[in-house]
Design a protein around this ligand. Structure first.
Ligand code: F6R
Ligand code: MG
Ligand code: MG
Length: 366
């Protein structure tokens, strides 16, 4: 057994075309940089991919979470890739790099971060979920289903290692607080909060004896920037099998394309479509929102894989349903509940339009 850290750090550094995808030269630049980091023994292994316009760095190393060296290196990769994006005149070059210079930790600088440190098991299957055109709360429902819903995860009922349930770490990203809930005993309390996906986010899930099973990125770009600068497009890591949900139990929630916020201009609700990497190219109305899932077996920190988990006809019906739900929502045009409610629109481009009309509002007579 050995202690390993799995870090997934992502940023939108520029899109091809518009916000729909990224460019192969961006991926190559990131691979070159991470290859050098591997040669220097900073990382053990890595895999670079993209989901829509987001560049995803999946890395293993031995330096623990929130490591300055890893974060500095990742920031450097995003800066170098931004230069490539600028040279190719890609759209929104450097979009998510909200800070001018690195200052110790990449959190709060724009990129999304999901990291976990654990003792690698004899066989360690992990899934990395990555989404585009949606927000950080998008994992609440699938994580609940994976770790707390016996209708999704049969192991909660019939597998002794899962039967005790799990512990959820929930963050209030607006109040800057956190709370822990034990499931199944406290599922009603848990659901009070995580049903409000814009504010309360499942940051991590642990076994009852404290072993980490899942972690998600909870960075909200709008809260960092104070205005709309693009959606968070979050990532999530899930350990599988044994005392954790089976791979198939961790994938099962995505057969129900739940409605998430994001899509066009970050201002609409739409279904989250599970797709293979080659289909993670949101185009219709800049969407619908996408999720990809890559599976790896770890071997002393080496990332064996990936397997493209949603490249499976088992998800065809979910994709088909997404098309139907997308049509139905789109027919609402600029009306709620397709468009986000007013308080959520605070973090979109709408406030500028409203400001220009401020003067024209008159008091009602009488
Ligand atoms: C949503 C997204 C896109 C853009 C839209 C307008 O997350 O990235 O829907 O918001 O294409 O983009 P700009 O404002 O860059 O013209
Ligand atoms: Mg973009
Ligand atoms: Mg994006």
């Amino acid at each position: 057994m050995s202690t390993i850290t799995l870090s997934v750090i992502k940023a939108d550094v520029g899109g091809l075309v518009g916000h729909s995808s990224t460019h192969p030269e961006i991926i190559e630049e990131a691979e070159d940089r991470l290859g050098a980091a591997r040669t220097q023994d900073l990382v053990v292994d890595f895999h670079v991919t993209s989901c829509g316009d987001d560049l995803e760095l999946i890395m293993t190393h031995r330096r623990g979470v929130d490591d300055e060296g890893i974060h500095r290196m990742a920031w450097g990769v995003f800066e170098a890739c931004t230069e490539v994006a600028k040279r190719l005149r890609l759209y929104g070059a450097g979009q998510d790099l909200l800070a001018d210079a690195f200052s110790g930790n990449i959190r709060g600088m724009g990129p999304g971060v999901a990291e976990m440190q654990f003792e690698e098991r004899e066989a360690e299957p992990v899934l990395v979920f990555m989404a585009d055109k949606t927000s950080a709360g998008a994992w609440n429902l699938p994580l609940y289903k994976m770790f707390a819903d016996p209708f999704n995860t049969a192991g909660l009922v019939i597998a002794p290692p899962l039967h005790a349930g799990f512990r959820f770490e929930v963050h209030d990203v607006k109040g800057h607080k956190r709370i822990f809930f034990d499931t199944p005993a406290e599922i009603y309390d848990l659901l009070v909060f995580i049903g409000a996906t814009g504010r309360y986010m499942v940051k991590a899930v642990y076994t009852r004896d404290g072993e980490i099973g899942a972690v998600s990125s909870t960075e909200r770009l709008a809260l960092i920037a104070g205005k709309y600068v693009g959606k968070d497009d979050p990532v999530c890591v899930v350990r599988c099998q044994g005392k954790f949900p089976a791979v198939g139990e961790a994938l099962e929630p995505f057969t129900m394309p739940h409605i998430v916020e994001g899509w066009m201009r970050g201002s609409h609700y739409g279904p989250l479509m599970p797709v293979p990497v080659h289909s993670a190219t949101p185009s219709r109305f800049d969407g619908p929102p996408r999720v990809i899932g890559l599976g790896f077996q770890l071997a002393g920190g080496r990332l064996i894989g990936p397997r493209d988990m949603f490249d499976d006809p088992g998800f065809d019906e979910a994709r088909h349903l997404c098309g139907i739900v997308a049509d139905h929502l789109r027919h609402h045009g600029p009306f709620e509940p397709h468009r986000l409610p007013m308080d959520e629109m605070e973090y979109t481009t709408l406030p500028q339009v409203m400001n220009t009309l401020q003067e024209r509002w008159e008091d009602l007579p009488g």
